[in-house]
Each structure stands twice: as structure tokens, then as C-alpha cells.
Design a protein around this ligand. Sequence first.
Ligand SMILES: Cc1cc2nc3c(=O)[nH]c(=O)nc-3n(C[C@H](O)[C@H](O)[C@H](O)COP(=O)(O)OP(=O)(O)OC[C@H]3O[C@@H](n4cnc5c(N)ncnc54)[C@H](O)[C@@H]3O)c2cc1C
Length: 471
Amino acid sequence: MRDVVVVGAGPNGLTAAVELARRGMSVEIFEAKETVGGGARTEELTLPGFRHDTCSAVHPMGVGSPAFRAMPLDRYGLEWLHPELPLAHPFPDGSAAVLARSIGETAAYLGPRDAAAYRRLMKPFAGKWDTLSADFLKVPWDGLPRDPVTLARLGLPGLAPVSWLTRVFAEDKGRALLAGLAAHVVAPGSTPVTGAIALVFALAAHEVGWPLARGGSQGIADALTAYLRDLGGVVHTGVEVKRLDELPPARAYVFDTSPTAMARIAGLGRAFGHFRYGAAAFKVDYALEGPVPWTAAEARRAGSVHIGPGSGEIAAALRAASVEGRAPEAPFLVTSQPTLVDPGRAPEGKHVFWAYGHVPNGWDGDLTEAIERQVERFAPGFRDRVLARAVAGPAELARRNANYVGGDFTCGAFSGWQTVFRPRPAWNPYGTAHPAVFLCSSAAWPGPGVHGMSGHNAAKAVWRRLRAATR
Ligand SMILES: Cc1cc2nc3c(=O)[nH]c(=O)nc-3n(C[C@H](O)[C@H](O)[C@H](O)COP(=O)(O)OP(=O)(O)OC[C@H]3O[C@@H](n4cnc5c(N)ncnc54)[C@H](O)[C@@H]3O)c2cc1C
């Protein structure tokens, strides 16, 4: 009898496994694919020698994660590489807004009218990442916050939709910058709590940076796995778990899966029938013969580049995909250019680059042309540099990872009560009706991103349950 079996070796499953093994428990983990990592994987998707992050690439929440920071992952090969600028957001006139490491530099890019507004927005949180991240990434009602005043200062403006928050700016540059940050949770800017998402991503750039992992995001998963093995954990790959009784006997089963998959596997019936999946990503990975020829010089120095020429266009793109059920004509794009800081991921002088836009859940069209049209608007000549591309619409994303149901990489829509009560309103969101079955994936609070905090919080819930059972 093991103490714990974990299903799925994504960042959250691995974090839960590590934290339980660290408490002296025997842990075994089963992963469906041949490699560990889930959304933190790196593969040669296009041509030999070009190493692409199949999903996540940029890690503000990883480098700033209280769970990862408490682990010696650097000893297991994880190295963070910081681009000169975390993010650039170019505009059609050749200028750009920039999310820089300092609040002052970021403010300066917004022009004299909005610089003071940005400073006023961010200054209350400066120097407070450690307490603030610990407070907002734990279950809000599980214990007192460490710094309730700062948490309230984040919560008050943050509970609002980002479209309200950005009214502090006189010009659209600042509005577009924050709207692009909030878009990482794939929800229209009119959704409550998207204000907090934008503030947290901006603050992360100033406090901990937006780094990439040397060699690719696989480095995060590999470091967690090596640490787990050192703690005595056993890792199986290439085993898709279909039923609970296929697994070895254990005191607890922890699922780094979608809630609906967990319900199917563990026989929980329609327990999560209410759970809603959101809009999907449509991602294209490129092998390039040179860097992206951005018009804006700032975009040539940034790890990430957002493409959406105005807050109105960004809002329209997200509304089309998540509310109107159609693909946007001008998608808002999140793009990543890892080889600017990590040239070893491509043959000498060559580059890898990815871009994704948003489409309805399960959409089966092709967004490649619309994506490239958008990139060309800000980087004329981009297409001429493409050596090869790997296209992944919703079906391909779901094939790569069963958690991306219909291509929804947030593993559950950021809408309605699911913005806070993930996967359902409950005192312990990680527990289920089955006393030995727990959920630890990003479908549970605090949601998507490679930070391991759903796994960390779930491990706490498992530990409390098992300790109570042995008393
Ligand atoms: C295109 C794209 C870009 C992204 N960019 C970023 C980014 O830049 N930064 C960031 O922080 N996040 C990003 N994300 C989101 C991030 O990847 C996820 O939020 C994160 O990986 C969630 O971690 P997880 O452990 O909950 O689940 P996952 O990473 O999805 O891992 C779940 C694992 O469980 C396995 N599994 C599922 N079902 C079974 C089963 N039945 N049996 C056995 N194994 C099973 C899966 O194969 C998978 O390995 C991106 C995602 C996508 C798709």
C-alpha cells in the first residue's frame, strides 16, 4: 500500500508529488505521455535542432511561485534566463508600450499623461511580491493573509474587469498593455477579476521578471522529476490511466487532470457536470532563418510580444472566441521568442518563435493565415523568414494533452463563479465526494500557469486528510 498515487505529471502533479514525498510519504506518479511535463514540455516540433516549447514558454508565475521557490530546483538543472525586456506591445505607428523590469521605465513608455497613473497603480505593491504572492495563490479562505492591507489594495481594483481598471489611463497605449496581460486567462476584458490578473502579471515583471527556462520549459518538469526521484518517488510514463482500479492500492489518489476526466476515472458520476470549459488556443510554432523583423525596436529585445493594436481590437478578439462562438478576423496574439535569450534552442543564427490566438472551444478551422497577417502588420517580411511551421488547433492541443479539453489550456473557463471557485464552491476545492480522491490540476484554484500552486495547495489538503485518518 503506497501513501499516494498521482495521475498526470504536469507541473501541478509533480509539485504535489514532491511536496508529499518531502513529508516522508511514498509516492508513485503515472503519466499518459512518454515524457513528463504536461504544459511544460519542449520538443523538436518542426526541424531537427529546433527545440520548441509545445505549450508554456515564459514563467513569471514560475520564478515567483512560493512552491517552486521552496525547492532546490537549480540543483536539478533549472536555470532562469531573463530577456532584456519582459514584454513589448507594438502599435501600428512603429511605437510600443513596454513592460520593463522597473515601474519607472514602464511608466515612461506610456507618455507623460499616463506615466503618473501607472506609477500610482503599481507603487502600493512594490517590494511586496513575497507576501502578496503567498496570499493570493493560497485558497483565499484557508487561513489569514500575511499582509491583509496589501491584499485588499490589490483586491479592490482587481475585482473589477480590466476594462474598468484601464479607465485610469487617458490614452489607449496603457489600456492595450493591461488588456493584453489580462487576456492570458482567455476571458473578455469585461469579466470581473481580470483587473487583478493584469496587475499581477505587471507586478511580476517588476518584482521577479518574466524569465524562460534554459533549454526550454521541459527543464522545469525535468528538475521537479529529478527532485521527486531523489526523494524516493517513482515515476511511470506512457501509462494513460482509465480506471481507478488499474492503479496500485494507495491511501490517496491525486489527479492532475481535468475534473471531468477525474470523475470518469474515479467513478464520481456527474459530480463535475456543471464544470465549463472555455475558449481554445490556436498555436503555431515556427522555425525561422533569422529573428522576427519587428518594426518596433523594443519588440526585438523582448522575450514576449503581444499583438493587438488597441484595447478595442483585443476586446473584440476575445469576445469573438469566448462569447460569440466564432474565430476573430484579427486575433489578439501572445508570442514568444525564446532564442533571443537562449540561442542554443536552434542551430546557429536560426530562431524558434511561437504565436497563439484565441478561437472557440473545439473550433476546427485554420487560423494560420490570420495569425501571420497579424504578425506581418508589425513585422513586415516575417513570412520570408519561415523555414517550417507546426500548427496546433484545438484538436491537436487536446491530443497533446488531455487536460486541454476542446483546446482550452486554462482547463476550465475563467467566467462566472469559476473565476474564483475552481473547480466548484467548496471549503476544500481539492477534495471530492470520495475521501481518497483529490484534484490538483489548474482546474482548481489558483488556476492556469506553470507555478505548481494548485499542486501545492492540494498536497496540503491530502496531508491534512491522511494525518487526520491516522490519529
Ligand atoms: C499554447 C500554450 C501556451 C501557454 N503558455 C504559458 C506560459 O507561457 N506560461 C505559463 O505559466 N503557462 C502557460 N500555459 C499554461 C500552462 O501550460 C498550464 O496552465 C499548466 O501546464 C497547467 O499545469 P497542470 O499540471 O495543471 O496540467 P498539465 O500541464 O496540463 O499536465 C497534466 C498532465 O496530466 C497528464 N494526464 C492527463 N490525463 C491523464 C490520464 N488519464 N492518465 C495519465 N496522465 C494523464 C497529461 O498528459 C499531462 O502531462 C500555456 C499553455 C498552452 C497550451
